[in-house]
Design a protein around this ligand. Structure first.
Ligand code: FAD
Length: 412
């Protein structure tokens, strides 16, 4: 494929959102030129398996590609891998890349995700300290694994817990360190947090909450352990840092886009700069499932649906982004499926049997269903979506009665 100096649509970031934007544009018969530029060397691939099947060695890289190589060629989508945009000139409708190229655009779609937040303490840059965001991160980690007996995961969010589950399955002794009083505190209620804490402990993970890391200890440039604030040193040959991401919006903000924690977008994913959209993890938007609060969502659903919103707009269909948030996480043999956003809940109902490892936590706000976390309970997840969409008012005792399907509670 030829590399032009200008494209009708230039997409920066070839991850979930960027790839889906290109796919959706062609699906909708967009006839102009499209380039998908990204700083990673690979074809666009799925990120969720990086802390799951790919890390476990259960899936080869080819099986996590978003589309095979031929797909992009056949649809005349120009891939520009291994390229980093360092500045944006909104008036000139062009970007500049780290290798000095200038690429023009009619429309720019910014889909850059974010980079793993690093620790700021001593030892954060030792060999053996890893983030989990890219294939390269995971490849580096996997190459070290044969020499690793003890792994320490800093951060009890989904990515950290998934990595802990995989490493445990691979026979490593795993410690999880979480600063908050419980794991998953940012995204889930107490019942779910405590369930996952118990599961990890039952699998042999040394899971500690309410602990602060003082520093990462090294020996000849390589990690040897983690020192806690109380002076305890936990020995380990590998450290995984899963403490969130920093949205990659520097060039856009420098170009004058409004934003801070992400770049601000409206309901059509437009930034405040002309002909520049932002989608996915890096896009701050007012989400109706968060009562209109401005948030960034870090999920495949959000990246894909925002990409589709932009593709629709560019092909003449104006549909504000208003998709129901959903998410999943796999740990051990537990399949968690989440629908809605639980932020701001004031009551929870547990439905099903936690001891049998098949249940749902239903989140209510002022009596209305706002979200469900379903563990090995796909039927609740599927049927609960309608309750979230309707923000249904359902008697908590009925919600708790697992013998009655959730679909029968809508309008009951
Ligand atoms: P990304 O997919 O991150 O793509 C952004 C791309 O832009 C990257 O390739 C980046 O390197 C590139 N880039 C950044 N800056 C520049 C620049 N200046 N120039 C060029 N390229 C640039 N979500 C779920 O829904 N379910 C899950 O189970 C789940 N598990 C996850 C597990 C892991 C380990 C990770 C890391 C994420 C997981 N997520 C999951 C989140 C999900 O992967 C993200 O929400 C999704 O990838 C966001 O898509 P995006 O297009 O916004 O960003």
């Amino acid at each position: 494929m030829t590399e032009h100096t200008s494209y009708d649509v230039l997409i920066v970031g070839a991850g979930h959102g960027g790839a889906q934007a290109a796919i959706a544009l062609r699906q909708r018969k967009f006839a102009g030129s499209i380039a998908l530029l990204g700083d990673e060397p690979e074809l666009p691939y799925e990120r969720p398996p990086l802390s799951k099947e790919y890390l476990a060695g259960d899936k080869p890289f080819e099986r996590i590609l978003i589309r095979p190589a031929a797909f992009w060629t056949e649809r005349e989508i120009t891939l520009l891998p291994g390229r980093t945009v360092v500045s944006v000139d909104p008036a000139g409708h062009r970007v500049i890349t780290a290798d000095g190229a200038t690429i023009g655009y009619g429309t720019l779609i910014w889909a850059t995700g974010g980079s793993p937040r690093r620790m700021s303490c001593e030892g954060h840059d030792l060999r053996g300290v890893h983030g989990v965001r890219t294939r390269a991160d995971v490849e580096r980690m996997m190459a070290e694994l044969p020499q690793v007996t003890r792994a320490i995961v800093v951060g009890g969010g989904y990515i950290g817990l998934e990595a802990a589950a995989v490493l445990t399955k691979l026979g490593k002794h795993v410690t999880v360190l979480e600063a908050a009083p419980r794991v998953l505190a940012r995204v889930a209620g107490e019942a779910l947090s405590h369930f996952y804490e118990a599961e990890h402990r039952a699998h042999g993970v040394d899971l500690r909450t309410g602990v602060t890391v003082d520093s990462i200890v090294g020996q000849e440039g390589t990690v040897a352990g983690v020192r806690l604030a109380d002076g305890t040193v936990l020995p380990g040959e590998l450290v995984i840092v899963g403490i969130g991401i920093i949205p990659a919006v520097g060039p856009l903000i420098a170009a004058g886009a409004a934003g801070g924690n992400g770049v601000d977008t409206d309901a059509l994913c437009r930034t405040t700069l002309p002909d520049i959209f932002a989608i996915g993890d890096c896009a701050a938007h007012a989400n109706s499932f968060a009562d209109g609060a401005k948030i960034r969502l870090e999920s495949v659903q959000n990246a894909n649906d925002q990409a589709t919103t932009v593709a629709k707009l560019l092909t003449g269909e104006e549909h504000p982004y208003e998709a129901v948030p959903w998410f999943w996480s796999n740990q051990y043999d537990l399949k968690l499926q989440t629908v809605g956003l639980s932020t701001g809940y004031d009551a929870t109902v547990v439905r099903g049997d936690m001891a049998a490892r098949s249940f749902s936590v239903i989140y209510l706000k002022q009596g209305r269903v706002i979200a469900l976390d379903c563990v090995n309970a796909t039927r609740d997840y599927v049927q609960g979506r309608a309750l979230v969409l309707a923000r249904a008012v359902v008697d908590p005792a009925s919600l708790a009665d697992a013998s009655v399907p959730l679909k029968e509670m809508l309008g009951a």
